[in-house]
Design a protein. Structure first.
Lengths: 322, 495
């Protein structure tokens, strides 16, 4: 485009005449903070969204990886750099639901400092065991656990992690007792289950699937309300083996903004993200990584945060009481 | 597909012109980032990741892998010339490589490190092809008790390296283990020594610690001696050539280092840093005159360099055969594959043979390229020593800062480097070994986590360390090693 003097004058006049309306947002590159390192699952998920987002906004969208403390540092850094209205973030459920209880001096209040924009995707967990495990199904596993309380062990990716809390919820709802063995990554949990050192673990379907295909692991149930598209044959756990119909435990990943963000900007981002999530290619990319595209309004995400904070809060209460 | 068919197939993949170019690009970049102190393969691979979206998955993996093992070659250069390890893995190379450089044998030291790196890599590839199945079974057979017993053996074996007085060495190992405690305790979730700083919840950053201890401390130390910079002689091809005696000292340490490195590389979570330390400890143990170590012993360069290169090759065994990354860099490479819709895991060898065999063959090609690239470069690297300190050291500090910041974009880590750097300088004045602190830092948390995990799984029964065959073997070896040390001391006093 040729820049004429007239165009410059017109643009300047327009810029002076109009206050910071959302129509002219974004006026500079947009930054999206991710609390996990480049190449990690939350990072890849963020990039699946930010790539088409940049096209739609007409501005570059820069992913800022600030890994640490289970994603909490990403949220903190987003808030610390919040000025200017071009700074956002993606976060998994932990930093927005359980972390404020587990991390001292976390430095933010989810309700007052963070504006949810849209839920990007959800992922259930599967209960995975060694292929040689006696239990043929979930009922069989619960029976085994009941036969000798505390004899079965399960691995998680750390105290207070989604895998740990889901297993505690399962224990309480099924009326069983398992030994918790914390690890630091799903890779270690998987190795330990295949090696026969521990019995079970709740993990992302995509982490268990390759080992199921290789015949070293099997999946006894999935924690979502509906069967999950990546593993359609695995039965849902809700309503099975004595678990209540309401049993549901999902990880999710959402787009967030600092609370000071213009509501019109949040509205715009919500619309764009929902449209991006309608794209079948995007849905397939997410599914290949074990995520189900979600979407919905900003209020939907707000409700989800509130629901999960209450649900996991109750599980944490129970763990602390022990 | 047999191994021979696989290799033939792999040549077909790896010799495609574009794949070859990405391989060359990867190893060249790897060498350079390996030389720069602080900037490691992690940072380079993170930066390259977005580029890999636009090339084929096998070319992407081959390029990123090239950066990974190429960095192991480059890492030794700054260790030998400046006592600044380019990567944490080559920290142990400073112990004998730097004294060699001070004796005017920098060229020989570099030659030894390149040659043993090459030996380690090539043998590592053979181990990868022949023993991949066995190693991946070993990786799953290792339980918490086995890891704990093995790490304790490593600690006992290595805790006297690089120190003139055992008590001082022991103090540094313990200090390293205490620093390793910082962060969230895996077993209880308790936050230890974090002072309510979120940045410390995951512990002290290894790169920041290593660069502070070695890099910044060394720079501060040299400010005092800045005017005493000895202009090193111009290194021609002749000075670079090792004597017949030098050559004789390379093969056996390199072979032992390769064996150690191949084994530890294949075990998820142990890593190449540990294997280079253990190789050094082993060389000192088997040497007829261990007092030569720390004063420019060739074995002290050859062993660890072969070990960390072999480890960087066999580290791909759990990654490719089980889909289980052994370290954060491997996790990053798996991420690159996932972007391309390649699901890493036990089925990958069957489902995508071009990935596995293409990579294996590219290891061979890449290492050959590295050798061709590095041998002529030795003279250029050595001439780096003629750069006046007033230019060289500020540049090094900048690279250290860049490298540490690139790990996780944390300005808190910059503060850690500064504080550790000053502490490291004081330690150097009092002749405490930073290498042992680093060893304690790496091993301490591994021992603690695995020991407690083993006890948790066994419901508090310590007999698990004797009942599991692997753990039992390591426990016996540890006891024998302690008895041997006591006997040696006794004999010296009474003989």
């Amino acid at each position: 485009m040729k820049i004429t003097r007239r165009a410059v004058i017109a643009l300047t006049a327009a810029a002076i005449a109009m206050p910071a309306f959302a129509q002219e947002w974004p006026s500079e590159p947009v930054h999206v903070y991710v609390g996990f390192p480049a190449g990690s699952s939350p990072d890849l998920l963020a990039r699946i969204i930010t790539e088409p987002l940049a096209e739609r906004l007409g501005q570059p969208v820069v992913v800022e990886n600030k890994p640490g403390a289970g994603g909490v540092i990403g949220v903190q850094q987003m808030l610390a750099n919040a000025e200017g209205g071009h700074v956002f973030g993606t976060s998994i459920n932990g930093p927005l639901t359980t972390s404020p209880r587990l991390v001292p001096d976390i430095g933010y209040d989810v309700a007052t400092d963070i504006a949810p924009v849209a839920l990007i995707a959800t992922s259930p967990l599967v209960l995975a065991v060694n292929a040689k495990n006696e239990a043929g199904d979930l009922q069989g596993f619960v029976d085994l656990a009941k036969a000798e309380p505390g004899a079965l062990s399960y691995g998680s990716v750390g105290q207070g992690s989604g895998a740990h809390l889901t297993a505690e919820l399962f224990d309480a709802d099924a009326g069983i007792e398992m030994l918790h063995v914390p690890f630091t990554s799903y890779a270690e949990v998987t190795t330990s289950i295949i090696g026969g050192e521990i019995d079970a673990g709740f993990m992302a379907p995509s982490a268990a699937l390759p080992h199921v295909e290789a015949g070293t692991m099997k999946m006894l149930g999935v924690t979502s309300a509906e069967p999950f598209a990546q593993i359609p044959d695995v039965p849902v756990m809700a309503g099975n083996a004595g678990l209540p119909e309401t049993f549901r435990a999902e990880l999710w990943n959402g787009f967030i903004a600092p609370a000071s963000t213009d509501p019109a900007v949040i509205e715009r981002l919500n619309t764009e993200i929902n449209e991006i999530l309608q794209d079948e290619a995007v849905q397939q990319k997410l599914l290949d990584m074990g995520w189900q595209a979600a979407g919905g309004t900003a209020d939907d995400m707000k409700n989800r945060i509130a629901e999960d904070t209450t649900m996991w809060g109750a599980v944490l209460d129970r763990i602390e009481a022990q | 597909m047999t191994a021979w068919e696989g290799i033939a197939y792999g040549f077909g993949v790896a010799l495609q012109p574009d794949v070859l170019i990405y391989c060359l690009l990867g190893v060249t970049l790897g060498t350079f980032i390996g030389v720069l102190p602080g900037i490691g393969a992690m940072a380079a691979i993170s930066l390259l990741l977005p580029i890999t979206f636009y090339i084929s998955p096998e070319a992407a993996l081959i390029m990123l892998a090239g950066v990974y093992y190429g960095a192991q070659y480059g890492g030794a250069v700054a260790s030998i010339l400046l006592r600044l390890p380019g990567t944490p893995q080559s920290a142990v190379t400073t112990l004998d490589g730097y004294p060699m450089a001070q004796q005017g044998r920098a060229g020989v030291a570099l030659f030894v490190s390149m040659a043993s790196s090459f030996i380690g890599s090539i043998l590592g590839i053979i181990v990868l092809v022949v023993l991949a199945g066995w190693l991946s079974r070993a990786a799953t057979a290792f339980g918490a008790a086995d890891y704990a017993a093995m790490m304790i053996l490593g600690l006992v074996a290595a805790s006297t390296i690089g120190s003139d007085r055992p008590v001082k060495g022991f103090a540094m190992v313990v200090l390293g283990m205490i620093l390793g405690c910082v962060g969230t305790d895996v077993n209880s979730g308790a936050q230890r020594f974090t002072f309510a700083r979120t940045e410390l919840l995951d512990g002290i950053n290894l790169v920041a610690l290593a660069m502070g201890l070695f890099g910044v401390a060394e720079v501060i130390g040299n400010i005092r001696n800045a005017e005493r910079q000895a202009a090193p002689e111009r290194v021609g091809f002749r000075q670079m050539m090792p004597t017949r005696d030098d050559l004789r000292r390379i093969p056996f340490p390199a072979l032992r280092g390769t064996a150690l490195g191949s084994f530890f590389g294949a075990l998820p979570g142990t890593g190449s840093t540990l294997s280079s330390f253990l190789s050094y400890a082993m060389e000192r143990r088997v040497a007829r005159r261990p007092e030569r170590f720390g004063k420019g012993a060739i074995e002290g360069v050859a062993g660890p360099e072969a070990a960390n290169n072999a480890a960087s090759i066999t580290a791909f065994v759990p990654t490719l055969t089980l889909g289980i990354p052994g370290d954060p860099i491997m996790a990053l490479m798996l991420g690159a594959l996932v972007i391309h819709g390649v699901q890493p895991g036990p089925m990958m060898l069957e489902a995508r043979p071009e990935m596995f065999w293409g990579l294996v063959v590219s290891f061979g090609i890449g290492n050959l390229l590295l050798l061709i690239l590095n041998m002529p470069l030795i003279g250029i690297w050595v001439s780096m020593l003629r750069i006046p300190f007033r230019y060289l050291y500020p540049a090094i500090l900048i690279f250290v800062c860049l490298g540490v910041y690139s790990v996780r974009g944390s300005s808190f880590d910059m503060g850690v480097v500064a504080v550790v750097g000053i502490a490291g300088y004081l330690m150097a004045l009092a002749r405490f070994s930073p290498a042992l602190l680093l060893l304690g830092f790496v091993l301490g948390p591994l021992i603690e986590t695995n020991l407690r995990r083993a006890m948790l799984i066994s419901r508090g029964d310590p007999m698990v360390f004797l009942e599991r065959p692997i753990a039992c073997g390591f426990t016996i070896a540890t006891c024998l090693l302690i008895l041997l040390s006591i006997w040696q001391v006794w004999r010296r006093r009474h003989g």
